[in-house]
Design a protein around this ligand. Sequence first.
Ligand code: VG1
Ligand code: CO
Length: 543
Amino acid sequence: MTAKVITTQPIEGQKPGTSGLRKKTRVFMQPNFLENYVQSIFNGIGGVEKKTLVVGGDGRYFNNEAIDIILRMAAANGASQCIVGRDGILSTPAASHIIRKRKADGGLILSASHNPGGPEEDFGLKYNGPNGSPATETVTEKIFTQTLEINSYKIIENSSADLNTIGSSKIAGMNVLIIDPIEEYADLMAQLIDFKAISAMFQNGFRMCFDAMHAVTGPYAHEILEKRLGAPKGTVINGKPSPDFGGGHPDPNPVWAKELMDIMYAENAPDFGAASDGDGDRNMIVGRNCYVSPSDSLAVLADLAHFAPGYAKGLAGIARSMPTSAAADSVAKAKGIEIFETPTGWKFFGNLLDAGKATICGEESAGTGSNHVREKDGLWAVLMWLNILAVSKKSVSELMINHWETYGRNYYCRHDYEAVDSDVANELMNVLRDKLSSLKGRTEAGMTVTNADEFSYDDPVDGSYSKNQGIRIFFEGGGRAVFRLSGTGTQGATIRVYLEQLETNPSSLQNNPQEALSKIAQAANILSELSLRTGRNKPDVIT
Ligand code: VG1
Ligand code: CO
């Protein structure tokens, strides 16, 4: 078994986005597409000779074929070992944990996350560094440069590893170690979270529904919730990972997790509902008749994290992505700790976590996590909520009302316009960018603009600078609208419009968010000319 050097040439469109490279599965399956990208990752990180890599994915269509290619390429490039999740499956947070715990040199995670899977849907691949964090922009830039210059890749032919059996085998000189990641992940959770308090709560009849959405967290949730915490069998629904996620979008929001929403808003609903996404890093939290917006969830977790043993000493700081609401800022202010505002994407939190500046991080897109790994972590967030519910002995809606009464409520929602013609979307952003300086003082739909800018970020740890990270329009009275183009879509452009309004009047804390935000939505539409330019009168998805 010797390494073959295969001649290739650059393939267009291999620029990593918000979270690695995502494309239609068919594109990834084209000759040399995956091979070029994997070799470019290896080249971009200075080679993999004598290195140990963690490899695994969310089990979507093409997962194991892609792992087979990656292993043969890693062997041909001189890696000493690849650690692979059994059956080729690793949740994203578990992959991050395994990289850190086993001191690997990095990892390759195969997932398009919340995007649907299947031969006609999406596939993705991203590289995480030795700290377990998604590669920073400096590294993804290097990888991208390699994709433009590549002329050959190395691969071992005619060899493959058995991914289904725990233990070691060899591809050429490289060791392939198949592990069961669930134990290791569950043990980590048990260190951070008060499992005893949660078990007691389940024993007292607390009822929960966890929707794994046919995605990667099913086996983890069965193990932790039903086995270790003693929740009744049937607590986890859709718990068997499937290559096309049962034909749905594994995106835990009220639209795609409708089955769970229906359960939680029915008569005799359970006390607590939760869901996670394709690769297990996102979460949705819903109480009985009470959906918790991800930005609010971050704020509550940050506020009450000390209920969990892993955070009993308090937090060093909180970090949130820019479009996430300022609910967490109010908590940070009250606690006298620092709040960091980063561009969208978990890769921007890695440095803050490594430097000990932030303990808890979150994004409005249903991602929350802490310094226990370097990815957002869906099940962790769910367990933190359970811990808080068990210790506080309050319901989700009681906790939310308490929170709003203390800090005010940041009404929040996101409108997504999907599969918009890319030229139209870019033009909309360009025109809006050009008129930012003239918006101040303008009033539309009764909302007066106090400021408008384009967000950029100076990383306080490594000094790197990231520009063009979203257009912000601020309104009198604490309102805000943000415009961004998605960096994870695979078809045309997705325009995301993020709407927020702070409310402190005690009698207005329990209104319908859509109504509370309707004036800002109107003003945002007029100022951006969104309907005019796209011909769309309503968003495809509201979360
Ligand atoms: C989206 C979210 C972002 C998240 C990213 C990856 O990116 O907005 O907050 O970090 O997905 O999440 P974008 O560029 O499409 O807005 V996951 O769970 O899909 O890895
Ligand atoms: Co995800």
